[in-house]
Design a protein around this ligand. Structure first.
Ligand code: NAP
Ligand code: HSE
Length: 433
Protein backbone atom coordinates (compact mmCIF):
# COMPACT_ATOMS: atom_id res chain seq x y z
CA UNK A 1 0.00 0.00 0.00
CA UNK A 2 1.59 3.27 -1.12
CA UNK A 3 -0.36 5.68 1.11
CA UNK A 4 1.25 7.41 4.09
CA UNK A 5 -2.02 7.21 6.04
CA UNK A 6 -3.95 3.94 5.88
CA UNK A 7 -7.64 4.45 6.63
CA UNK A 8 -9.50 1.79 8.59
CA UNK A 9 -13.23 1.15 8.59
CA UNK A 10 -14.18 -0.75 11.73
CA UNK A 11 -17.37 -2.80 11.60
CA UNK A 12 -18.07 -3.24 15.33
CA UNK A 13 -16.80 -1.29 18.31
CA UNK A 14 -17.32 -3.56 21.29
CA UNK A 15 -14.68 -5.34 23.36
CA UNK A 16 -12.24 -6.04 20.51
CA UNK A 17 -12.93 -2.93 18.40
CA UNK A 18 -12.33 -0.65 21.38
CA UNK A 19 -9.20 -2.61 22.36
CA UNK A 20 -7.83 -2.26 18.83
CA UNK A 21 -8.48 1.49 18.72
CA UNK A 22 -6.76 1.95 22.09
CA UNK A 23 -3.63 0.09 20.93
CA UNK A 24 -3.51 2.08 17.69
CA UNK A 25 -3.60 5.28 19.73
CA UNK A 26 -1.19 4.16 22.42
CA UNK A 27 1.39 2.61 20.05
CA UNK A 28 1.05 5.23 17.30
CA UNK A 29 4.77 6.11 17.14
CA UNK A 30 5.84 2.49 17.35
CA UNK A 31 3.47 1.52 14.52
CA UNK A 32 4.79 4.37 12.39
CA UNK A 33 8.37 3.28 13.02
CA UNK A 34 7.67 -0.29 11.90
CA UNK A 35 5.26 0.53 9.08
CA UNK A 36 6.49 3.87 7.83
CA UNK A 37 2.88 5.04 7.75
CA UNK A 38 0.04 5.88 10.07
CA UNK A 39 -3.16 4.00 10.81
CA UNK A 40 -6.27 6.14 11.03
CA UNK A 41 -9.65 4.91 12.27
CA UNK A 42 -11.81 6.75 9.76
CA UNK A 43 -15.24 5.20 10.29
CA UNK A 44 -16.93 2.83 12.71
CA UNK A 45 -20.08 0.85 12.04
CA UNK A 46 -22.14 0.33 15.20
CA UNK A 47 -25.67 -0.86 15.93
CA UNK A 48 -26.79 1.49 18.69
CA UNK A 49 -25.95 5.20 18.20
CA UNK A 50 -27.31 6.02 21.68
CA UNK A 51 -24.86 3.74 23.50
CA UNK A 52 -22.33 5.50 25.72
CA UNK A 53 -18.80 4.79 24.41
CA UNK A 54 -15.87 4.67 26.83
CA UNK A 55 -13.44 5.62 24.07
CA UNK A 56 -13.55 7.32 20.65
CA UNK A 57 -10.31 7.17 18.63
CA UNK A 58 -10.35 10.80 17.41
CA UNK A 59 -12.87 13.66 17.10
CA UNK A 60 -12.90 13.18 13.30
CA UNK A 61 -13.80 9.47 13.53
CA UNK A 62 -17.31 9.02 12.18
CA UNK A 63 -19.75 6.57 13.79
CA UNK A 64 -22.40 5.20 11.47
CA UNK A 65 -25.16 2.61 11.48
CA UNK A 66 -25.11 2.37 7.68
CA UNK A 67 -23.18 -0.63 6.40
CA UNK A 68 -23.04 0.81 2.86
CA UNK A 69 -21.32 3.92 4.11
CA UNK A 70 -18.49 1.86 5.52
CA UNK A 71 -17.82 -0.69 2.78
CA UNK A 72 -18.32 1.60 -0.21
CA UNK A 73 -16.29 4.55 1.09
CA UNK A 74 -13.36 4.87 -1.36
CA UNK A 75 -11.27 6.39 1.43
CA UNK A 76 -11.47 3.21 3.53
CA UNK A 77 -8.44 1.02 2.70
CA UNK A 78 -8.97 -1.87 5.12
CA UNK A 79 -12.29 -3.05 6.56
CA UNK A 80 -11.95 -4.58 10.02
CA UNK A 81 -14.91 -6.78 10.90
CA UNK A 82 -15.36 -7.07 14.68
CA UNK A 83 -19.11 -7.43 14.99
CA UNK A 84 -19.50 -11.18 15.38
CA UNK A 85 -22.47 -13.20 14.12
CA UNK A 86 -22.74 -14.58 10.63
CA UNK A 87 -25.24 -12.81 8.39
CA UNK A 88 -24.40 -9.09 8.65
CA UNK A 89 -20.70 -9.85 9.06
CA UNK A 90 -20.88 -11.88 5.82
CA UNK A 91 -22.49 -8.90 4.08
CA UNK A 92 -19.78 -6.54 5.31
CA UNK A 93 -16.89 -8.82 4.36
CA UNK A 94 -18.18 -10.02 1.01
CA UNK A 95 -19.06 -6.49 -0.11
CA UNK A 96 -15.70 -5.12 1.01
CA UNK A 97 -13.86 -7.90 -0.86
CA UNK A 98 -15.87 -7.18 -4.00
CA UNK A 99 -14.72 -3.56 -3.67
CA UNK A 100 -11.16 -5.01 -3.65
CA UNK A 101 -10.64 -3.82 -0.09
CA UNK A 102 -8.53 -5.86 2.29
CA UNK A 103 -10.42 -7.30 5.24
CA UNK A 104 -9.31 -8.29 8.74
CA UNK A 105 -11.71 -10.28 10.90
CA UNK A 106 -11.81 -12.00 14.31
CA UNK A 107 -14.96 -13.87 13.37
CA UNK A 108 -14.33 -17.62 13.67
CA UNK A 109 -18.04 -18.51 13.43
CA UNK A 110 -18.24 -16.92 10.00
CA UNK A 111 -14.92 -18.40 8.85
CA UNK A 112 -15.94 -21.87 10.01
CA UNK A 113 -19.28 -21.67 8.23
CA UNK A 114 -18.43 -19.73 5.09
CA UNK A 115 -14.64 -19.56 5.04
CA UNK A 116 -14.13 -21.45 1.80
CA UNK A 117 -16.56 -19.17 -0.02
CA UNK A 118 -15.00 -15.98 1.40
CA UNK A 119 -11.42 -17.08 0.69
CA UNK A 120 -12.42 -17.86 -2.86
CA UNK A 121 -14.02 -14.41 -3.20
CA UNK A 122 -10.93 -12.73 -1.72
CA UNK A 123 -8.72 -14.54 -4.20
CA UNK A 124 -10.94 -13.60 -7.12
CA UNK A 125 -10.59 -9.92 -6.16
CA UNK A 126 -6.92 -10.22 -5.14
CA UNK A 127 -7.79 -8.93 -1.68
CA UNK A 128 -6.48 -9.94 1.73
CA UNK A 129 -8.71 -11.73 4.22
CA UNK A 130 -6.64 -12.05 7.41
CA UNK A 131 -7.88 -13.58 10.67
CA UNK A 132 -5.14 -14.00 13.28
CA UNK A 133 -7.52 -12.97 16.10
CA UNK A 134 -10.16 -15.51 15.13
CA UNK A 135 -8.39 -18.34 16.98
CA UNK A 136 -6.94 -18.06 20.47
CA UNK A 137 -7.08 -14.26 20.75
CA UNK A 138 -3.58 -12.83 21.09
CA UNK A 139 -1.71 -16.08 20.33
CA UNK A 140 -0.09 -16.03 16.86
CA UNK A 141 -1.34 -19.48 15.86
CA UNK A 142 -2.61 -18.52 12.38
CA UNK A 143 0.75 -17.10 11.33
CA UNK A 144 2.55 -20.06 12.94
CA UNK A 145 0.61 -22.62 10.90
CA UNK A 146 0.48 -20.55 7.71
CA UNK A 147 4.13 -19.52 7.63
CA UNK A 148 6.40 -20.84 10.37
CA UNK A 149 5.35 -24.50 10.15
CA UNK A 150 4.30 -24.47 6.51
CA UNK A 151 6.84 -27.18 5.58
CA UNK A 152 5.75 -29.61 8.32
CA UNK A 153 3.10 -32.30 8.06
CA UNK A 154 0.94 -31.81 11.14
CA UNK A 155 0.45 -35.11 12.97
CA UNK A 156 -1.83 -33.66 15.63
CA UNK A 157 -2.99 -30.43 17.12
CA UNK A 158 -4.49 -30.31 20.62
CA UNK A 159 -5.79 -27.05 22.00
CA UNK A 160 -7.52 -25.26 24.80
CA UNK A 161 -9.24 -22.83 22.48
CA UNK A 162 -12.03 -21.33 24.53
CA UNK A 163 -11.00 -18.90 27.26
CA UNK A 164 -14.46 -18.71 28.79
CA UNK A 165 -14.76 -22.48 29.21
CA UNK A 166 -11.22 -22.75 30.54
CA UNK A 167 -11.86 -19.87 32.94
CA UNK A 168 -15.07 -21.51 34.20
CA UNK A 169 -13.39 -24.89 34.74
CA UNK A 170 -10.42 -23.22 36.46
CA UNK A 171 -12.66 -21.19 38.78
CA UNK A 172 -14.72 -24.30 39.61
CA UNK A 173 -11.48 -26.19 40.36
CA UNK A 174 -9.50 -23.57 42.27
CA UNK A 175 -12.18 -21.51 44.01
CA UNK A 176 -14.91 -24.17 44.03
CA UNK A 177 -17.23 -21.60 42.39
CA UNK A 178 -20.53 -22.79 40.97
CA UNK A 179 -20.81 -23.03 37.20
CA UNK A 180 -23.21 -20.05 37.15
CA UNK A 181 -20.97 -17.71 39.20
CA UNK A 182 -17.91 -18.61 37.11
CA UNK A 183 -19.85 -17.92 33.88
CA UNK A 184 -21.03 -14.54 35.19
CA UNK A 185 -17.43 -13.60 36.02
CA UNK A 186 -16.33 -14.59 32.48
CA UNK A 187 -19.09 -12.39 31.02
CA UNK A 188 -18.14 -9.45 33.24
CA UNK A 189 -14.50 -9.74 32.14
CA UNK A 190 -15.44 -9.62 28.42
CA UNK A 191 -14.26 -13.18 27.61
CA UNK A 192 -17.63 -14.63 26.67
CA UNK A 193 -19.27 -14.38 23.26
CA UNK A 194 -22.36 -12.18 22.87
CA UNK A 195 -24.17 -15.54 22.97
CA UNK A 196 -22.26 -17.39 25.75
CA UNK A 197 -23.89 -20.70 24.88
CA UNK A 198 -21.36 -20.81 22.02
CA UNK A 199 -18.57 -20.93 24.61
CA UNK A 200 -20.26 -23.38 26.95
CA UNK A 201 -21.61 -25.81 24.36
CA UNK A 202 -18.20 -26.14 22.68
CA UNK A 203 -19.27 -24.52 19.40
CA UNK A 204 -16.87 -21.58 19.67
CA UNK A 205 -13.98 -24.04 20.09
CA UNK A 206 -15.40 -26.03 17.16
CA UNK A 207 -15.39 -22.92 14.94
CA UNK A 208 -11.75 -22.31 15.86
CA UNK A 209 -10.80 -25.94 15.26
CA UNK A 210 -12.27 -25.82 11.75
CA UNK A 211 -10.19 -22.69 11.04
CA UNK A 212 -7.03 -24.40 12.35
CA UNK A 213 -7.69 -27.58 10.35
CA UNK A 214 -7.86 -25.49 7.19
CA UNK A 215 -4.50 -23.89 8.02
CA UNK A 216 -2.77 -27.09 9.15
CA UNK A 217 -4.00 -29.45 6.43
CA UNK A 218 -5.35 -27.27 3.61
CA UNK A 219 -8.65 -29.13 3.95
CA UNK A 220 -12.20 -28.09 4.62
CA UNK A 221 -13.74 -29.97 7.59
CA UNK A 222 -17.53 -29.47 7.43
CA UNK A 223 -18.54 -27.84 10.71
CA UNK A 224 -21.78 -29.81 10.93
CA UNK A 225 -19.85 -33.11 10.92
CA UNK A 226 -17.48 -32.18 13.76
CA UNK A 227 -18.35 -34.00 17.01
CA UNK A 228 -18.85 -31.34 19.70
CA UNK A 229 -19.51 -31.70 23.42
CA UNK A 230 -19.40 -28.74 25.82
CA UNK A 231 -19.05 -28.14 29.54
CA UNK A 232 -22.62 -27.26 30.51
CA UNK A 233 -23.29 -30.63 32.16
CA UNK A 234 -20.07 -30.78 34.14
CA UNK A 235 -20.59 -31.57 37.79
CA UNK A 236 -18.39 -30.10 40.53
CA UNK A 237 -18.20 -33.64 41.95
CA UNK A 238 -16.25 -34.85 38.88
CA UNK A 239 -13.86 -31.91 39.04
CA UNK A 240 -13.17 -32.77 42.69
CA UNK A 241 -12.86 -36.53 42.03
CA UNK A 242 -10.55 -35.93 39.08
CA UNK A 243 -8.45 -33.62 41.28
CA UNK A 244 -8.14 -36.26 44.00
CA UNK A 245 -6.94 -38.77 41.40
CA UNK A 246 -4.33 -36.35 39.99
CA UNK A 247 -6.27 -35.08 36.96
CA UNK A 248 -7.68 -31.79 35.65
CA UNK A 249 -10.80 -31.49 33.54
CA UNK A 250 -10.33 -29.40 30.38
CA UNK A 251 -12.36 -28.57 27.28
CA UNK A 252 -10.16 -29.87 24.48
CA UNK A 253 -10.25 -29.32 20.72
CA UNK A 254 -8.23 -31.89 18.86
CA UNK A 255 -7.41 -33.07 15.35
CA UNK A 256 -5.19 -36.01 14.45
CA UNK A 257 -3.98 -37.15 11.06
CA UNK A 258 -4.77 -40.87 10.85
CA UNK A 259 -3.10 -42.03 7.61
CA UNK A 260 -4.42 -39.07 5.64
CA UNK A 261 -7.88 -39.06 7.25
CA UNK A 262 -8.73 -36.56 9.98
CA UNK A 263 -10.05 -37.49 13.39
CA UNK A 264 -11.28 -34.35 15.11
CA UNK A 265 -13.60 -33.18 17.87
CA UNK A 266 -14.27 -30.88 20.81
CA UNK A 267 -14.87 -32.61 24.14
CA UNK A 268 -14.20 -32.30 27.88
CA UNK A 269 -11.34 -34.60 28.88
CA UNK A 270 -9.23 -35.45 31.88
CA UNK A 271 -5.50 -34.78 31.74
CA UNK A 272 -2.85 -35.65 34.29
CA UNK A 273 -2.11 -32.52 36.30
CA UNK A 274 1.49 -32.93 35.05
CA UNK A 275 0.36 -32.64 31.40
CA UNK A 276 1.60 -29.37 29.93
CA UNK A 277 -1.93 -28.40 28.81
CA UNK A 278 -3.39 -29.14 32.28
CA UNK A 279 -1.37 -26.21 33.61
CA UNK A 280 -3.18 -23.76 31.31
CA UNK A 281 -5.56 -21.96 33.66
CA UNK A 282 -8.04 -19.11 33.63
CA UNK A 283 -8.87 -17.39 30.32
CA UNK A 284 -5.56 -18.54 28.85
CA UNK A 285 -5.45 -20.64 25.68
CA UNK A 286 -2.80 -23.00 24.46
CA UNK A 287 -2.15 -25.11 21.39
CA UNK A 288 0.17 -28.10 21.31
CA UNK A 289 1.21 -28.86 17.73
CA UNK A 290 3.01 -32.02 16.70
CA UNK A 291 4.76 -31.64 13.34
CA UNK A 292 6.60 -34.45 11.58
CA UNK A 293 9.80 -32.41 11.34
CA UNK A 294 9.66 -29.85 14.12
CA UNK A 295 8.35 -32.26 16.79
CA UNK A 296 6.25 -30.62 19.50
CA UNK A 297 5.60 -26.88 19.63
CA UNK A 298 3.39 -25.23 22.21
CA UNK A 299 1.88 -21.77 22.04
CA UNK A 300 0.35 -20.17 25.13
CA UNK A 301 -1.27 -16.83 25.86
CA UNK A 302 -4.44 -14.84 26.34
CA UNK A 303 -7.19 -16.24 24.19
CA UNK A 304 -9.68 -13.45 24.77
CA UNK A 305 -10.05 -9.90 25.98
CA UNK A 306 -9.82 -6.44 24.42
CA UNK A 307 -6.06 -5.81 24.23
CA UNK A 308 -4.78 -9.36 23.51
CA UNK A 309 -7.33 -9.80 20.72
CA UNK A 310 -6.79 -6.24 19.51
CA UNK A 311 -3.07 -7.00 19.29
CA UNK A 312 -3.69 -9.87 16.86
CA UNK A 313 -6.07 -7.75 14.77
CA UNK A 314 -3.49 -4.97 14.61
CA UNK A 315 -0.74 -7.34 13.42
CA UNK A 316 -2.97 -8.39 10.49
CA UNK A 317 -3.74 -4.76 9.65
CA UNK A 318 -0.04 -3.91 9.68
CA UNK A 319 0.82 -6.90 7.48
CA UNK A 320 -1.77 -5.86 4.89
CA UNK A 321 -0.83 -2.17 5.09
CA UNK A 322 2.85 -3.00 4.65
CA UNK A 323 2.69 -5.37 1.72
CA UNK A 324 1.93 -4.73 -1.93
CA UNK A 325 1.96 -8.41 -2.94
CA UNK A 326 -1.29 -10.34 -3.47
CA UNK A 327 -2.04 -11.65 0.04
CA UNK A 328 -1.84 -15.35 0.85
CA UNK A 329 -4.97 -15.92 2.90
CA UNK A 330 -5.06 -19.67 3.48
CA UNK A 331 -1.41 -20.67 3.02
CA UNK A 332 -2.39 -23.01 0.14
CA UNK A 333 -2.51 -22.54 -3.61
CA UNK A 334 -5.91 -24.09 -4.35
CA UNK A 335 -8.73 -21.67 -5.05
CA UNK A 336 -11.15 -23.88 -3.14
CA UNK A 337 -9.74 -26.22 -0.49
CA UNK A 338 -10.81 -29.86 -0.86
CA UNK A 339 -12.99 -31.58 1.74
CA UNK A 340 -11.24 -33.62 4.42
CA UNK A 341 -11.74 -37.38 4.65
CA UNK A 342 -13.02 -37.99 8.15
CA UNK A 343 -12.45 -40.74 10.71
CA UNK A 344 -15.38 -41.69 12.91
CA UNK A 345 -14.53 -40.47 16.44
CA UNK A 346 -16.41 -43.45 17.87
CA UNK A 347 -13.50 -45.58 16.64
CA UNK A 348 -11.02 -43.72 18.84
CA UNK A 349 -9.17 -45.33 21.73
CA UNK A 350 -8.24 -43.67 25.03
CA UNK A 351 -8.14 -44.27 28.76
CA UNK A 352 -11.51 -43.58 30.40
CA UNK A 353 -13.04 -42.10 33.55
CA UNK A 354 -16.58 -43.20 34.61
CA UNK A 355 -18.52 -42.09 37.62
CA UNK A 356 -21.76 -43.69 38.81
CA UNK A 357 -24.04 -43.00 41.72
CA UNK A 358 -25.11 -46.42 42.94
CA UNK A 359 -26.82 -47.96 45.93
CA UNK A 360 -24.32 -49.21 48.48
CA UNK A 361 -25.03 -52.95 48.55
CA UNK A 362 -23.25 -56.24 47.86
CA UNK A 363 -22.55 -57.19 44.26
CA UNK A 364 -22.53 -53.66 42.78
CA UNK A 365 -18.82 -53.45 42.03
CA UNK A 366 -18.74 -57.06 40.83
CA UNK A 367 -21.63 -56.47 38.41
CA UNK A 368 -20.06 -53.33 36.95
CA UNK A 369 -16.65 -54.99 36.68
CA UNK A 370 -18.30 -57.97 34.96
CA UNK A 371 -19.82 -55.77 32.23
CA UNK A 372 -16.49 -54.06 31.67
CA UNK A 373 -14.72 -57.37 31.38
CA UNK A 374 -17.32 -58.63 28.85
CA UNK A 375 -16.50 -55.56 26.72
CA UNK A 376 -12.75 -56.06 27.00
CA UNK A 377 -12.29 -52.95 29.15
CA UNK A 378 -9.52 -53.30 31.68
CA UNK A 379 -9.98 -51.45 35.00
CA UNK A 380 -6.94 -49.50 36.24
CA UNK A 381 -8.39 -48.01 39.43
CA UNK A 382 -11.72 -47.96 41.33
CA UNK A 383 -12.74 -45.60 44.12
CA UNK A 384 -15.93 -45.58 46.16
CA UNK A 385 -16.79 -42.43 48.12
CA UNK A 386 -19.04 -41.79 51.11
CA UNK A 387 -22.85 -41.93 50.86
CA UNK A 388 -24.28 -38.68 49.46
CA UNK A 389 -26.58 -36.75 51.80
CA UNK A 390 -30.29 -36.29 51.08
CA UNK A 391 -33.10 -38.39 49.68
CA UNK A 392 -32.01 -40.94 47.12
CA UNK A 393 -28.45 -40.78 48.44
CA UNK A 394 -26.22 -43.37 46.86
CA UNK A 395 -22.47 -43.62 46.73
CA UNK A 396 -20.31 -42.13 43.97
CA UNK A 397 -18.10 -44.80 42.38
CA UNK A 398 -15.31 -43.86 40.01
CA UNK A 399 -13.48 -46.20 37.63
CA UNK A 400 -10.36 -45.36 35.65
CA UNK A 401 -9.59 -47.77 32.82
CA UNK A 402 -6.64 -48.72 30.69
CA UNK A 403 -6.93 -47.88 26.98
CA UNK A 404 -10.18 -49.06 25.44
CA UNK A 405 -12.25 -48.30 22.34
CA UNK A 406 -14.95 -45.64 22.71
CA UNK A 407 -17.56 -47.86 21.05
CA UNK A 408 -17.01 -50.68 23.56
CA UNK A 409 -17.20 -48.21 26.43
CA UNK A 410 -20.48 -46.72 25.22
CA UNK A 411 -22.01 -50.21 24.94
CA UNK A 412 -20.84 -51.16 28.43
CA UNK A 413 -22.16 -47.91 29.95
CA UNK A 414 -25.56 -48.46 28.37
CA UNK A 415 -25.84 -51.82 30.13
CA UNK A 416 -24.52 -50.48 33.45
CA UNK A 417 -26.91 -47.49 33.36
CA UNK A 418 -29.77 -50.00 33.12
CA UNK A 419 -28.90 -51.79 36.40
CA UNK A 420 -31.53 -51.21 39.08
CA UNK A 421 -28.84 -50.24 41.61
CA UNK A 422 -27.60 -47.30 39.48
CA UNK A 423 -29.31 -44.05 40.58
CA UNK A 424 -28.22 -41.83 37.66
CA UNK A 425 -26.60 -42.38 34.24
CA UNK A 426 -22.81 -42.65 34.24
CA UNK A 427 -20.64 -39.63 33.66
CA UNK A 428 -17.85 -40.47 31.25
CA UNK A 429 -14.71 -38.65 30.01
CA UNK A 430 -11.68 -39.68 27.99
CA UNK A 431 -8.31 -39.31 29.68
CA UNK A 432 -5.81 -37.71 27.30
CA UNK A 433 -2.15 -38.73 27.53
P1 NAP B 1 -19.04 -7.18 21.17
O1 NAP B 1 -18.34 -6.61 22.36
O2 NAP B 1 -20.37 -7.78 21.35
O3 NAP B 1 -19.13 -6.00 20.09
C1 NAP B 1 -19.81 -6.15 18.89
C2 NAP B 1 -19.83 -4.82 18.17
O4 NAP B 1 -20.44 -4.99 16.89
C3 NAP B 1 -20.61 -3.73 18.90
O5 NAP B 1 -19.95 -2.50 18.75
C4 NAP B 1 -21.95 -3.71 18.15
O6 NAP B 1 -22.54 -2.42 18.09
C5 NAP B 1 -21.52 -4.08 16.75
N1 NAP B 1 -22.58 -4.78 16.02
C6 NAP B 1 -23.07 -6.02 16.27
N2 NAP B 1 -24.04 -6.32 15.37
C7 NAP B 1 -24.15 -5.25 14.56
C8 NAP B 1 -24.97 -4.93 13.44
N3 NAP B 1 -25.87 -5.82 12.98
N4 NAP B 1 -24.82 -3.74 12.84
C9 NAP B 1 -23.89 -2.85 13.29
N5 NAP B 1 -23.07 -3.09 14.35
C10 NAP B 1 -23.21 -4.26 14.97
O7 NAP B 1 -18.13 -8.27 20.46
P2 NAP B 1 -16.58 -8.57 20.68
O8 NAP B 1 -16.39 -9.35 21.93
O9 NAP B 1 -15.80 -7.34 20.49
O10 NAP B 1 -16.31 -9.61 19.49
C11 NAP B 1 -16.19 -9.19 18.17
C12 NAP B 1 -15.71 -10.35 17.31
O11 NAP B 1 -14.42 -10.77 17.77
C13 NAP B 1 -16.59 -11.59 17.35
O12 NAP B 1 -16.54 -12.23 16.10
C14 NAP B 1 -15.90 -12.46 18.39
O13 NAP B 1 -16.15 -13.84 18.21
C15 NAP B 1 -14.45 -12.15 18.08
N6 NAP B 1 -13.52 -12.35 19.18
C16 NAP B 1 -13.79 -11.82 20.39
C17 NAP B 1 -12.87 -11.96 21.42
C18 NAP B 1 -13.10 -11.39 22.78
O14 NAP B 1 -12.26 -11.56 23.64
N7 NAP B 1 -14.18 -10.69 23.02
C19 NAP B 1 -11.69 -12.69 21.17
C20 NAP B 1 -11.45 -13.21 19.89
C21 NAP B 1 -12.38 -13.03 18.90
P3 NAP B 1 -23.02 -1.65 19.44
O15 NAP B 1 -21.74 -1.25 20.14
O16 NAP B 1 -23.76 -0.46 18.93
O17 NAP B 1 -23.83 -2.62 20.22
N1 HSE C 1 -15.50 -16.25 23.74
C1 HSE C 1 -14.20 -16.58 23.26
C2 HSE C 1 -13.45 -17.33 24.34
C3 HSE C 1 -13.46 -15.31 22.91
O1 HSE C 1 -13.91 -17.34 25.49
O2 HSE C 1 -12.44 -17.95 24.05
C4 HSE C 1 -12.21 -15.58 22.16
O3 HSE C 1 -12.45 -16.14 20.92
Amino acid sequence: MQKQVVNLGLAGFGTVGTGLARIIQENRDWIKRRLGKELNVLKILIRDPEKKRSFIPAPETRLTTDLEELVHDPQVDIVVELMGGVDTAYEVISRALREKKHVVTANKALLAEKGNELFSLAREHQAGLYYEASVAGGIPIVQTLKESLSGDRIISLTGILNGTANFILSEMTRKELSFESALQAAKDLGYAEADPSLDIDGHDAAHKLVVLIRLAYGLDYPLNLLPVEGIAGINAMDIAMAGELGYRLKLIAQVRDESGNLQAGVFPALMSREHILAKVDGPFNSILIHGNAVGQVMLYGQGAGDLPTGSAVLADIMALARDDAVPNNTGFLEKVLPRADLVNTELSVCRHYFRFIAQDKPGVLAAVAGVMSEHDISIAQAVQKQELPGEGGGVPIVFLTHKAGLQAVRKALKIIDGFEFVNAPAVHYCILD
